[in-house]
Ligand binder design. Structure first.
Ligand code: AMP
Length: 312
């Protein structure tokens, strides 16, 4: 899928992390994580036009960056600084339906100041991963004229940097968040009402990710639902949302247009890439995929929701 010409360029800004994860499958230390790690890998299956801006410490294994480069991702914007890589520790409940953050060590991520190269400033599609809202804004200020800017955020920023987040939201086209964050941001429990309130904050569309309940796209024209594929083996939900976002934006870069029809297909592709991510720890589920494997899962999604229209 990567060899079609005229792919749009995709710029990804986010965290690159080392994660410790506890849960029903045991305790795993120093796994590769971070929003940009999942987003870039998921997107790289669709286009060779992905570049990443992130920061890692001098403790970060070079092999992880080499692997991304081998996948065709431009990693020149991953800065290596003296100090420790961002480290996140999380624990999942036994049924994997919820998680808590046990520890966050910012390390070099604490004074991350994203620098966008002149080439990256021309990116057509931009995905602002979950980082401090003023940093998201500083990236937006360095861009020329992106066709689509999507942003993620999290409860931490909604709670402690609401005003700054609202400034960012006024300038993004699409907000991608999970259901809990949507409720917190909109101060509204009902998701449809929450989405309507968020659309008034600036974005022209909002995508609400709901774990194994799939994702909803709300925009002026209505709502679209992408289911999550029911899987028999789920090991580690970390990065599901980011892989969804990477699959969606990667597919948009590949398809080259932003029509409502293409965006619906991209939502399904997001769900497909999220499904691969959760089957293994860290980014392992996103390794070694091929166009036929992705196609097979896309077809399963189509089958899952295919039904006949009737006329009563
Ligand atoms: P997701 O499961 O898609 O929400 O993303 C999980 C990833 O987010 C993990 O690999 C973490 O390293 C990363 N992460 C957790 N907390 C933060 C934070 N405060 N800022 C940036 N990235 C984070």
């Amino acid at each position: 899928m990567q060899h079609r010409s005229a792919h749009r360029s995709l710029l990804v800004i986010g965290s690159v992390a080392l994660d410790d994860i506890d849960g029903p499958f045991g305790f795993h230390r120093d796994l590769l994580g971070g929003s940009a790690s999942f987003i870039a890998r998921a997107a790289a299956y669709f286009t060779r036009n992905v570049s990443v801006v992130a920061v890692v410490g001098d403790d970060f294994p070079a092999k992880h960056i080499d692997e991304l480069t081998e996948m065709g991702v431009d990693t020149k914007g991953i800065e290596r600084k003296k100090g420790e890589t961002f480290h996140w520790v999380g624990r999942y409940s036994n049924d994997l339906s919820s998680r808590e953050t046990l520890d966050t060590k910012l390390g070099v991520f604490g004074d991350f100041a994203p620098k966008i190269s002149p080439e990256q400033a021309n990116a057509e599609l931009v995905l602002l991963g979950n980082i401090d809202p003023p940093l998201q804004l500083s990236v937006l200020e360095q861009l020329k004229r992106p066709a689509l800017v999507a942003a993620d955020t999290m409860n931490l920023w909604i709670n402690i940097k609401r005003d700054e987040l609202l400034k960012t939201l006024a300038r993004v086209h699409t907000l991608m968040i999970n259901d809990e964050e949507a409720r917190l941001l909109a101060e509204e429990h009902n998701l449809r009402r929450a989405a309507a309130k968020i659309l008034k904050m600036g974005p022209s569309s909002v995508i609400i990710k709901r774990g194994d309940a799939g994702a909803l796209l709300f925009h002026g024209g209505g709502v679209f639902a992408a289911p999550a594929l029911p899987l028999s083996d789920v090991k580690d939900p970390t990065g599901a949302g980011d892989s969804f976002a990477g699959g969606l934006m990667g597919y948009l870069a590949y398809a080259g247009d932003l029509s409502p029809k293409t965006i619906r297909t991209a939502m399904i592709m997001g769900s497909v890439m999220g499904s691969f991510a959760v089957e293994e720890f860290s980014v392992d589920g996103l390794r070694g995929l091929t166009a036929p494997k992705i196609q097979e899962r896309f077809d399963q999604m189509a089958e899952l929701v295919s039904f006949e229209s009737i006329r009563l």
